[in-house]
Design a protein around this ligand. Sequence first.
Ligand code: NAD
Length: 486
Amino acid sequence: MSDPMNVLAPEHRRLRIGDAWRDAAGGATFAVEDPATGKTIAEVADAGVADGLAALDAASAAMAEWAATPPRQRSELLTATYRALIGRSEEVARLITLEMGKPLAEARGEVAYGAEFFRWFAEEAVRVEGRYNTAPAGGYRILTVPKPVGPCVFVTPWNFPLAMGARKIAPALAAGCTTITKPAAQTPLTMLFLARIMEEAGVPPGVVNVVTTERAGEVVSALLADRRTRKLSFTGSTEVGRLLLRQAADNVLRTSMELGGNAALIVCADADLDVALDGAMVAKMRNIGESCIAANRIYVEEPVREEFTARFTERMGALSVGHGLDDGVDVGALIDEAAVTKLDELVADAVDRGARVLVGGERPDGPGHFYPPTVLVDVPEDARMLRTEIFGPVAPIISFTSDDEVMAQANDTEHGLAGYVFTRDLRRALRFAEGLETGMVGVNRGLISDPSAPFGGVNQSGIGKEGSHEGILEYLDVTYAAIDLP
Ligand code: NAD
């Protein structure tokens, strides 16, 4: 197989600003590594504040014309992007795996998922509507006019290098906004490739700008402090999200925040155990566990605890770990050394407090950032892994005996992104679906991400929704006219 890096020519490993691909103003670059080998795979431009502001110049200059571009035309450019992504799916997938570490099959899944946002919002672009009605008291009319909010700044994480950007860029363009995306420093290549695909598809210069940098703090701060920026959409940790919300306050920016999670997955004794096992495997292990909606705590009702635990442990132990580009690999490398150290520490902490490791639990020797699928039982409530995002292939199993008790435990977190319940009892399913304080609930299902559904959290997991009809509303302001007809 050819080198996955061949798809991104060296001239496109630079900043995408307006109609140019260019170096950072000071000429600085930073290295991107393959997390499975620790080897450098590319150098990309390391933007500073001046580069960020140049991208904002380009986004601002393009704004009026893009907003005035007929929706059908914007829609067709999104459709062309969708087709290009699907047509080049294998190349994009290999690039994702190379810089992020996930197995190729999962990277293909991410391309399908990410591309779908372009198709979905191509369809939404032509369905943005206002209203016209008589004021209830009579006498005048009310006309509402949706308008694009203006230039948007996007900050995205490394765990879905394509999809996390796609689900911001597609609705923004559909609504008529221009964009600047700052991808995570660990995974800038996929976003640069997307910008290249969109350039080839005919998206006008200045509409999609990409600024890669290792100096996220200063570059993003400068963008948020500039009055021309009108919107921030961030996906990442709650900690950085809080910081950016504070910065966004000075300019009173519209914000969409997709932050961290701590999902509970609840298996009731009446569940179809085959379905629950499949669901738990997906909810825990999709994306190597490096997903904001990953099952972080698995609660199993006492009568089925033993059987579920035995079968789940067997399936976790049978997964093969290796380089994501190799055939038959289920579990790729974690993003970096810090991620592996964090898992090591969380497992040690739980064991110190009395937990038992049934499988995994020891990092392998050798290069790359690997950690084996791990299952723990007897994990006490004060174990750190139940209070923090594990973000890796480690599954604590906790038993429960009453619905009220497990609901309270599940909700005992600052987060509120996703939850899962497995039961054949409709009443129980609905009580959990309504009672879990999360933005999303999987019922007898471990996979809940869908471009046609509103993705987003409550509490400290975020503000706003991505995907679905709600997704485009995040990029629209509404002006209303009060009209007298004397
Ligand atoms: P992170 O918060 O460390 O980084 C996210 C992005 O913010 C990166 O681009 C990073 O460079 C940038 N950043 C970091 N510090 C910054 C600063 N001071 N100013 C401006 N930008 C800054 O998160 P991560 O490690 O890349 O991603 C993992 C986190 O993302 C997890 O918490 C996960 O739950 C969350 N996530 C949430 C969703 C969701 O939809 N809710 C989806 C995926 C990931």
